[in-house]
Design a protein around this ligand. Structure first.
Ligand code: GRF
Length: 201
């Protein structure tokens, strides 16, 4: 059984879409994988209670309790490693990670970003896309490297930018695609991983 750990900071709608796919949807019989835990750096994150209602183990590692990024990342890695994950999924996880943390999970740490990377890394992606006059926006799932919102692309989906769009209306259109894309990208990752390292009895 392959364990997946999801990291969140907020409402966790992407996490919920992944859990839905894993628990109730297509994973049954197709992948020997499960969502082992959802971990947040925000103890009050709405996504934690949402995950608990789905029967998924949860934990909080409050970044404010640590004096440095290194100390927080060490504690976060300890909370993750309890579950011995094959894959660590960042889903609305709003912390910059240290090179040590990224290196520890190299090749098995992925993120979703609400733009068509490499365009618009960082914050305020939707407003920046509107301000630039983009006619197309979208979402990217990518491997995490030490550079923020960079790294090899796993999957993308595009949406139109419509006349009169605000950051909020565009974000809503992109988010619907995030919920569709992220579970599929994880399924693809699991397929590739199974081919690369078949389990032996
Ligand atoms: C999503 O657009 C995600 O890509 C971004 O934060 C938004 C909310 O995510 N990083 P969620 O509802 O917490 O999954």
């Amino acid at each position: 059984m392959k364990n997946i750990v999801i990291l969140i900071s907020g409402g966790g709608s992407n996490m919920a879409a992944i859990v839905h796919a894993a628990v109730r949807d297509r994973w049954a019989g197709r992948f020997d994988a499960r969502i082992a835990a959802v971990i947040s750096n925000q103890p009050a994150a709405g996504g934690l209670s949402l995950a608990a209602t789905q029967g998924v183990a949860t934990a909080a590692v409050d970044h404010k309790a640590f004096a440095s990024r290194d100390e927080f990342d060490t504690a976060l890695a300890a909370a993750i490693d309890v579950h011995m994950p094959t894959l660590v999924v960042l889903a609305g996880f709003m912390r910059i990670l240290t090179p040590g943390f990224v290196g520890r999970y190299a090749g098995r740490l992925i993120n979703i970003h609400p733009s068509l990377l490499p365009a618009f890394p960082g914050l305020r992606t939707h407003q920046r896309a509107i301000d630039a006059g983009c006619q197309v926006a979208g979402v990217t799932v990518h491997h995490v490297t030490t550079e923020l919102d960079h790294g090899p692309i796993l999957a993308q989906a595009a949406v139109p930018v419509l006349r009169g769009d605000t950051a909020a209306t565009l974000a809503e259109r992109v988010l619907a695609q995030e919920h569709r894309l992220y579970p599929r990208a994880i399924e693809r990752w699991l397929e590739i991983e199974a081919t690369a390292s078949p389990e032996v009895d």
